[in-house]
Structure formats: C-alpha cells, structure tokens
Write a protein that binds this ligand. Structure first.
Ligand code: NAD
Ligand code: LMR
Length: 340
C-alpha cells in the first residue's frame, strides 16, 4: 500500500526545506509537491535525485496538477500563503491566506477527503477553522484528521528555557507543553508542567520567567524583525513541521504508540479534548479549537491528555488567550459559513 505525503506551497520558504526533510523519509513511498509558481517543477527535479524511498512528483495548476498531487494522499501539509513583514500581525495575513487555504481545503475535500491535514499557513488560529468549515460543507469533516501545526512554539519553548537556564547543549531538552493558539498572547507555554521539571531558579524568578514566556509568545516577531522584510521563520518551521509529520508517520504507518504532540485541534476530535480544555480554562469557554497534548494514532487523534494544576500566573495567561482566540476562531468559521 502506498504511503503518500503532499506539500502545498512547496516552492516557498518553508515548503522547500520541509520537502527536503520529507524526501529523506525511508517510510514514504510517494511525495508530491504543489505550488502556483512554476519553479516548483525545478524544486521537484532537484529533490527527485535524492536516493530515498519515495517517488517524487511536482505539479503546478496546469493539467489539473492540484488534483493529481492530492490523489491517494494520506498526509497533506499546507505551508501555502504569504508570510509577515515587520509591523504586521499574523491576523493581517487573513485577507490573502483565508482564500488560499479555503481553495486548497476544497481540493482536499474533493480528492483525498480521508487525508490527515496539517495547516501551517497563518493565521493558524483562523485558517484551521476555515478548513474545518470547508470540509463540513463538503460533508467530509473528521476532526480526528485536522491539525493546526503549533510545533514551532514547542521547539522554541524548549530552546529558550534551556538557554535561560544556561544549560549546555548536551543536556536533555525540556518538553514544555504549549497550549492555546498560535499568535502572541494566544500562545500559552505552561512551564510549570515541563518535563523534566524546570528548576526553581527560573520558575521562582518572576522577572526571568516572564521574560522567557514573552520570548516564546513573540518568538515569531524576533525572526520577522531580523529578516527585515524578507519573510518570517522558514527553516525552524520546516524543522518543526517535519517533526510533526514524522510523528504522524510513526503513529500511522509504523504502529508506534505513545506518540504525543501538542496541536491545535477541534474540540470534538476526542471526548477527552473537552475535558482537557475545561481543566485549563473552565467549562464555559465555548471554544471550538485549542492546542492540547494530542496522542496520535493510525486514525489521527487517538486521545487528548489533560495537564496538571496550572499556576496563578499561567491562569492569567490562559484568560488572555481565551479572550483573543474566540474572535480568531469565529473570524475563520464565518469566512466560510457567510458564503452562500
Ligand atoms: P513563502 O512566501 O516563502 O512561500 C509560500 C508559498 O506558497 C509560495 O511558494 C507561494 O507561491 C505558495 N502559494 C501561494 N498561493 C498558493 C496556492 N493557492 N496554492 C499553493 N501554493 C501557493 O512563505 P513561507 O515563509 O513559506 O510561509 C508560508 C506560510 O506559513 C505563511 O502564511 C506564514 O505566516 C506561515 N508560517 C506559519 C508558521 C507556524 O508556526 N504555523 C511558522 C512560520 C510561517
Ligand atoms: C512563527 O511563529 O514564526 C510564524 O507564525 C511566522 C510568524 O509570522 O511569526
């Protein structure tokens, strides 16, 4: 049986290195690249010389390329769309990216409705609800298979905590749960829940703790500023996106158990999602999407794990997250539902 992954937006800053990392997989049998720009054909020719297991195809819109790329896909990753420039918020990207993501979701519904969908395109808080509504309209929505990729926040949390503690590179990496959404204050790192437990040297130092949390929440801005108009995080995002897809590959094709990644999912994906969410923000939250620790399995979301007691400081972060996230979710959903 084929094992096919597809990258939509494969010629872009994230798309190219992500496709390179996926081409290294010895599990995939097929890797399809799609982009609206013709250079994707060259990217495909280049990557196709790598002697790994997957057969590589590259497609533009010509000759029904999107449908061909998506045919028989198990995993679709979407880094298509415009990135930020300095001074912009992720929400400023909605105007352009909402339509791009919505069109791609329509094609997925038509060509590979059972695929796992991994949404990278910003604003993730709203683009994931867009995909959900498009799939609902097409009658093929399965919340177990839709993922907003927030892995870069988890990668940053681990890096920034280690750096704040001044721990050498060879030390074990901290696994810090990051819940909520993927923009500024909706990104909620729960340092009190990290594994291994973070030293009181940081947890008990209010000023340093707030500095690290702020850096995790606004790490994207750091890169946007440094790239000075040339885009946002691409290489670290490709690394994070690959980590997420590799976890899906392990859970789906290799039968590995206990594969857990935080991801922005629909709360109906598993009964334990609502439980985990209310444990963090209470019962009356009316949130449909939230990033939570998701156990992955052959069908996608296999379980959702609850987190332990949060601190008063983290409770405040969660309150601020909920207030903003609600509007982001509604904006995405309405983009689809308001159309006839
Ligand atoms: P980029 O401009 O370098 O690449 C985007 C690619 O998408 C381009 O090649 C473009 O041709 C292609 N594209 C545009 N419309 C398309 C369509 N309809 N179908 C297929 N491809 C299409 O941008 P980038 O730096 O790769 O960033 C892509 C997106 O990822 C941005 O929205 C960015 O904000 C987001 N992002 C998300 C995260 C995250 O953590 N989730 C991290 C970094 C960037
Ligand atoms: C990030 O977190 O780096 C991405 O969401 C890109 C951005 O706009 O900051």
């Amino acid at each position: 049986m084929g094992k096919k992954a597809v990258v939509l937006g494969a010629a872009g800053g994230i798309g190219q290195p992500l496709s390179l990392l996926l081409k290294q997989s010895q599990v995939l049998t097929d890797l399809a690249l799609f982009d609206v720009v013709p250079s994707v054909i060259g990217v495909g020719a280049d990557l196709s010389h790598i002697n790994s297991s997957s057969v590589l195809t590259a497609h533009t819109k010509d000759n029904d390329g999107l449908a061909k790329a998506l045919k028989d896909a198990d995993i679709v990753v979407i880094p298509a769309g415009v990135p930020r420039k300095p001074g912009m918020t992720r929400d400023d990207l909605f105007k352009i990216n909402a339509g791009i993501v919505s069109d791609l979701a329509t094609a997925i519904a038509q060509n590979c409705p059972k695929a796992f969908i991994c949404v990278i395109s910003n604003p993730v808080n709203s683009t994931v609800p867009i995909v959900a509504e498009v799939l609902k309209k097409a009658g093929v929505f399965d919340p177990k298979r839709l993922f907003g990729v927030t892995t870069l926040d988890i990668v940053r949390a681990s890096t920034f905590v280690t750096s704040s503690l001044g721990i050498p590179n060879e030390a074990p990496k901290y696994s810090v749960p990051v819940v909520g959404g993927h923009s500024g204050t909706t990104i909620v790192p729960l340092l009190s829940q990290a594994e291994p437990k973070i030293d009181d040297k940081l947890l008990g130092n209010k000023e340093e703790l707030e500095k690290v949390v702020n850096r995790i929440q606004f790490g994207g801005d750091e890169v946007v500023k440094a790239k000075d108009g040339a885009g946002s995080a691409t290489l670290s995002m490709a690394y994070a996106g690959y980590r997420f897809v590799d976890s899906l590959i392990k859970a789906k094709y290799l039968g590995q158990t206990g594969v857990i990644e935080d991801s922005y999912i629909h709360v109906s994906a598993h009964p334990n999602a609502a439980k985990a969410l209310s444990g963090l923000v209470g019962d009356n939250n009316s949130l449909e999407f939230f990033s939570l620790p998701v156990e992955l399995g052959p069908d996608g979301v296999k379980d959702v794990h609850s987190l332990g007691q949060t601190t008063d400081y983290e409770k405040k972060l969660l309150e601020a997250c909920v207030a903003e996230l609600k509007g982001n979710i509604e904006k995405g959903s309405t983009f689809v539902t308001s159309k006839a």
